[in-house]
Write a protein that binds this ligand. Structure first.
Ligand SMILES: Cc1cc2nc3c(=O)[nH]c(=O)nc-3n(C[C@H](O)[C@H](O)[C@H](O)COP(=O)(O)O)c2cc1C
Length: 224
């Protein structure tokens, strides 16, 4: 098996990650017309199959959403599982991290972690794509997502030709790196209206978790 993709979103087929993978593969297939297998890390009942696919791949690309400035727990567990695998030949690994907030800056810490992880697992690190502002793409009209999907398709095309990421597209996707001061101020004014939480609160209510939104179950209880 040449290239294998892993989708690290707990939302699996309903994920934004899936949409980005699809765009990436549409570009990839323009160059190499073979079916690239995509595995869902969240399919815990298929763990053996996932690890087998990882073991036999020459190049692995792991796409995942940023969860609280890091990777989702299932992705962390996957990293722990693959660290136990002995690779007979050197493997290449690449990552795509996408997040809800627009600033790419948030993901540079997990990027450092991923680079170190690849080194520790003795894998050839290809690089990490970072893209912010991805939440809501399923609801956006096509004119709003056209550029994003075109960029991911071009990324896939380039990857199929070179087995690496196009750095020009990578830096384009990393914008905004940080929001400008004007935008940050504007954002805090808008957030006072409750508009910025509207979507997230809707999700919390749908999942019957709105009342629990300030819970912090792992916090230490005060003891005197
Ligand atoms: C539990 C949780 C934690 C998240 N943490 C962050 C975060 O720290 N920063 C961020 O920008 N987005 C965060 N997000 C938003 C996701 O990264 C974003 O919605 C992403 O597009 C979801 O992708 P998916 O549909 O493929 O799972 C979080 C979402 C969830 C559900």
């Amino acid at each position: 098996m040449q290239v294998v993709i892993f989708n690290g979103s707990p939302r699996r087929k309903k994920s934004n990650t899936k949409l980005l993978i699809n765009s990436f593969l549409s570009g990839y297939k323009k160059v190499i017309d073979t079916k690239v297998p995509v595995y869902y890390i969240a399919s815990l009942n298929k763990k053996e199959e996932l690890l087998y696919a990882y073991k036999n791949a020459k190049t692995v690309i792991i796409f995942f959403p940023l969860y609280t400035d890091m990777m989702p727990g299932i992705v962390k567990e996957f990293f722990e599982d693959i660290s136990k695998i002995k690779n007979s030949e050197r493997k290449k690994i690449a990552f795509v991290v996408q997040s809800g907030f627009p600033e790419a800056y948030q993901s540079i810490f997990v990027e450092k972690y991923l680079e170190k992880l690849a080194k520790r697992l003795k894998l050839d690190y290809i690089g990490t794509i970072i893209k912010g502002g991805v939440e809501g793409i399923k609801l956006m009209p096509s004119w709003m997502t056209k550029e994003l999907f075109t960029n991911f398709s071009s990324l896939g095309e380039y990857f199929a030709k070179n087995n690496e990421f196009d750095e020009e597209i990578n830096s384009k996707l990393r914008k905004p790196y940080k929001m400008s001061k004007i935008k940050r101020n504007l954002f805090s004014i808008i957030s006072k209206t409750g508009l910025t939480n509207f979507y997230w609160n809707g999700n919390l209510k749908r999942n019957k978790a709105y009342e629990k939104r300030h819970n912090h179950p792992y916090a230490q209880k005060w003891s005197h």
